[in-house]
Design a protein around this ligand. Structure first.
Ligand code: DAH
Length: 376
């Protein structure tokens, strides 16, 4: 007969009739309790253990109270009562300390599970890099800022006035054929048509409207044209405009500044030259060339044949420039008798292609990381 079953029976059924038989009976119960206590090692086995001993209806302590204590004769009752009180105190305190121990153990396990191992390698998050066009903008800005120019930016949506008229390009002028492009759909009755700027030159006007000479600015930005895409054309591309106006700027200041820029940008070994050209907003107008960066100006490729980049000329056409046409000063209320200056507008995509030997402008817009990663 097990200890657990003894409390289910009355003392008389257990053959207990004298007080001295009672302490050994409780000793048995206590031994059983200690054994069960050791096996309560997690939350669910602890709950079973607790209910088996303290359960109101059929817990061991309740059974002892009902079967041993209540029906006993007064002199047995005194001893049973004492023993039962001791047992209860012991059971309650041990069950509580098991609970605390199990909880602490669970905490330890959780701590061990969640511990961060600082010796593991970290998660590498690759850092991006600037697009090559952005890098070239930065190089150009650095060169001009170092000689006293400041950088300004302007709107990509322009009015015909700034994009054309104030640059001395009236409505009937044939150069508009190249550039009259990408007008916005506006509600009927809009005050003025709007277009995506075809060049950064409108910022010459906007700058001179706001500032009095001396003015020295460059304007990096995106421009838009009705061009079909091919290896050298894109309907979006990039320019840096330049404008310097003061009371005593000469043609020599102009060509010297451009030459300085070209040597800084391409390397001290290059030579620059200019040829006459035409732009409505400059007079005289020129086109700047640089010695071919691929054949060093010899016109001959490394293999001995004709250089395919400059087609044997030894020179590569770069960008347009000139002395600001006095007519333009009229639009911004500068006095053409007092001021003079120069302007230039270079295609950044083209400069980048020449400097880095890229033969297709489209790669700038395709965002292919195999291309982008070559320019970290
Ligand atoms: N705006 C011209 C174009 O996009 C380039 C240009 C030529 C700008 C001469 C200038 C300049 O400032 O002086 O074709």
């Amino acid at each position: 007969m097990t200890v657990i079953n003894k409390p289910a029976q009355r003392l008389s059924d257990l053959g207990v009739s004298t007080a001295d038989q009672i302490p050994p009976l409780f000793a048995e119960v206590r031994a059983r309790f200690d054994a069960e206590s050791a096996s309560a090692h997690d939350e669910s086995s602890w709950k079973q253990f607790r209910d088996a001993w303290l359960g109101r209806k059929s817990g061991v302590l309740t059974l002892i109270t009902d079967n041993w204590l209540k029906p006993s004769s007064p002199e047995l009752k005194r001893v049973v009562g004492q023993e039962l009180n001791q047992l209860r105190a012991n059971v309650e305190s041990q069950i509580e300390s098991r609970r605390a121990a199990i909880e602490a153990g669970a905490d330890q396990a959780a701590l061990a599970r969640e511990r961060v191992d600082l010796s593991l390698p970290g998660v590498a998050r690759p850092i991006g890099s600037h697009h090559l066009i952005r890098q070239v903008f930065q190089q150009i800005e650095d060169i001009f800022v170092s000689i006293g120019f400041s950088v300004v930016e302007g709107p990509e949506i322009e009015t015909p006035y700034y994009n054309f008229e104030a640059l001395n390009i009236p409505e009937y002028h044939p150069v508009r054929d190249d550039m009259d492009t990408f007008y916005l759909d506006l509600p009927k009755g809009a005050a003025t048509p709007l277009l995506l700027r075809t060049h950064t030159s409108p910022m010459q006007i906007r700058t001179m409207e706001k500032r009095q000479p001396p003015v020295r600015v460059i304007v990096p930005g995106k421009v838009y044209r009705r061009d079909n895409p091919d290896a050298t054309h894109s309907f979006i591309f990039h320019q840096v405009e330049g404008l310097a106006v003061d009371t005593d700027i000469t043609f020599c200041d102009f060509t010297g500044t451009i030459e300085y820029f070209l040597k800084q940008f391409f390397g001290a070994g290059v030579k620059a030259r200019f040829r006459p050209s035409y732009f409505p907003f400059t007079e005289p107008s020129v086109e700047f060339d640089v010695t071919c960066v691929f054949c060093g100006g010899s016109g001959t490729s490394a293999g001995g044949g004709t250089c395919s980049k400059c087609k044997g000329a030894g020179w590569i056409e770069l960008f347009g420039a000139g002395m600001v046409d006095p007519a333009v000063y009229g639009f911004v209320k500068y006095d053409p008798k007092k001021v003079s200056g120069f302007a230039f507008g270079m295609g950044i995509d083209r400069l980048a292609m020449l400097k880095y030997g890229i033969d297709d402008i489209q790669v700038f817009f395709q965002n292919d990381v195999r291309f982008l990663r070559q320019f970290p």
